[in-house]
Design a protein around this ligand. Structure first.
Ligand SMILES: [Zn+2]
Length: 366
C-alpha cells in the first residue's frame, strides 16, 4: 500500500488541496444518504399511516418530531436534488462541505465527485463505520487490523475501484456505553489515522460521558486528540463542566445540528435532548471565553428530507444565511466568525504527519 504523503494537505474527492484553499466549510453534512436502518414501524395503526407517505406539508410537523416513522424522510438518493440544494449553500458564500456519510449510510464516492464537479465546491468524503444498527453483516468477526487496513486503503488508494479517496475517518458511529465491536472499530479508525495522518470525526452516544469514553479508546490506541473532531456535541454533552473538560483534551468541538430544534433525538433507548440555535451560540461563546476558539466547528447535519429547502427546511445555507448575522449581532467578532467557518476547518481537516509504518502495524493485536 502506498504510504500517505498527504501531511499538511486536505483530501477532497477530486484530489488533495492546500488547506488555505478550503474556504468556508460545514464540517458535518450528508449529500446523499440512506438512513433506513433507523426506520421503525409504529405500533399503532393510525401512526403506521405515516410510514409510506410522501413528504407533504401536512405531515412535516409530525415528521420533524418522529423522524424515523416515515421511509421517504430517511432516503436521499437523488443526485440532482443534492446539487440543487447544496448550490444554495454555495450562493450564500460556502466553499466546502464535509460529507460524513460513512459505511452503513450508503456512502457514494462517484456521486460525491460528480457533485464536486457540478458545483465547484470542495467536497471531503468520510470513512469507517456508522452506528451498530447499520453495520454490514459479519462486523463482529472483523479484527481491528482488518478495519484499519480497509480505512487506510480508502484513504490512500480510494474506495473500491472508484479512485475517490476518503479525507476524514467517520462519522464513526458510537452508542453509550461502547460494545466490544464498537471499540474495535474505534481502534481500527485510530490506527488508520496514525498511519495516514487523516483526521477522525465522531458521532458519540447521547450521554454526557460518551465523548470521554470514546476519546479514551482512541488515545489509548495512540490517536492524537488534535486530530479528532467530536461531533453532535449539543444533544450529547449537557453538562458545561464536562464540555470544558472535553475541550481541554485538545479535540475539536463540533456543534453540527444548527437548525435542528424540532425534536429530541431518540432511538434505541438513547435520548439526546435537542438544544436550540440560541443555546448553540451561547455554548460557542462559553467555549470562546474558555480560550477554545481554535477548536470550534459548526454544521447542520442535513440528512433527512424535512431538513431540505424543497421540503420547508432550512437547508445547507442556514448557518451562513441565518446564524452568522445573529452571531454578529450577539457580538462575535469577524475574526471569531472567520476562525469557526474557515481557519478551524482548514486546520482540522489537514492531514497530520503519518507516524506508524506497516511494519509496526504488524505488531498490533487483532
Ligand atoms: Zn451525520
Amino acid at each position: 500500500m502506498p504510504p500517505s504523503d498527504m501531511a499538511g494537505k486536505v483530501q477532497t474527492v477530486l484530489g488533495p488541496i492546500e488547506p488555505q484553499s478550503l474556504g468556508v466549510t460545514m464540517t458535518h453534512e450528508h449529500l446523499l444518504i440512506d438512513l433506513m436502518s433507523y426506520f421503525t414501524m409504529p405500533e399503532e395503526a393510525s401512526t403506521r399511516w405515516y410510514a409510506d407517505r410522501p413528504i407533504t406539508m401536512d405531515i412535516l410537523g409530525k415528521i420533524g418530531q418522529v423522524w424515523y416513522i416515515n421511509k421517504a424522510n430517511l432516503q436521499q438518493y437523488d443526485l440532482s436534488f443534492a446539487i440543487e440544494e447544496v448550490l444554495q449553500y454555495k450562493y450564500a458564500g460556502g466553499n466546502a462541505i464535509v460529507d460524513t456519510t460513512s459505511v452503513g449510510l450508503a456512502r457514494d464516492p462517484l456521486a460525491l465527485a460528480r457533485i464536486a464537479r457540478a458545483t465547484g465546491l470542495n467536497v471531503v468524503m468520510g470513512g469507517s463505520y456508522y452506528i451498530p444498527i447499520s453495520y454490514p453483516a459479519g462486523m463482529e468477526k472483523k479484527t481491528e487490523t482488518q478495519i484499519a487496513d480497509e480505512i487506510i486503503s480508502d484513504i490512500t488508494v480510494g474506495v473500491g475501484d472508484t479512485g475517490v479517496k476518503t479525507g476524514v475517518i467517520g462519522e464513526v458511529g458510537c452508542m453509550y456505553p461502547l460494545s466490544e465491536t464498537e471499540k474495535r472499530v474505534l481502534r481500527g479508525s485510530a490506527y488508520a489515522s496514525i498511519e495516514t495522518g487523516c483526521p477522525i470525526t465522531i458521532h458519540p452516544g447521547f450521554h454526557n460521558d460518551s465523548p470521554h469514553e470514546i476519546l479514551e479508546v482512541l488515545t489509548e490506541a495512540g490517536a492524537d486528540p488534535k486530530n479528532i473532531i467530536m461531533g453532535h456535541i449539543g444533544p450529547t454533552v449537557r453538562d458545561l463542566a464536562i464540555l470544558k473538560d472535553l475541550a481541554q483534551s485538545g479535540c475539536y468541538i463540533q456543534h453540527d445540528l444548527f437548525g435542528f430544534e424540532l425534536s429530541d433525538l431518540e432511538y434505541m433507548g438513547e435520548v439526546g435532548v435537542s438544544i436550540s440555535d440560541v443555546q448553540r451560540m451561547e455554548r460557542l461563546e462559553f467555549l470562546i471565553d474558555g480560550g477554545f476558539l481554535g477548536q470550534l466547528l459548526v454544521g447542520q447535519d442535513v440528512c433527512q428530507l424535512w431538513q431540505y429547502r424543497r421540503y420547508g427546511g432550512k437547508g445547507y445555507a442556514h448557518i451562513l444565511e441565518n446564524i452568522v448575522p445573529r452571531m454578529r449581532k450577539r457580538g462575535f467578532t469577524e475574526q471569531q466568525v472567520h476562525a469557526i467557518l474557515v481557519d478551524n476547518p482548514a486546520r482540522a481537516l489537514a492531514f497530520k504527519p503519518a507516524k506508524a509504518t506497516r511494519k509496526s502495524a504488524k505488531g498490533r493485536k487483532g
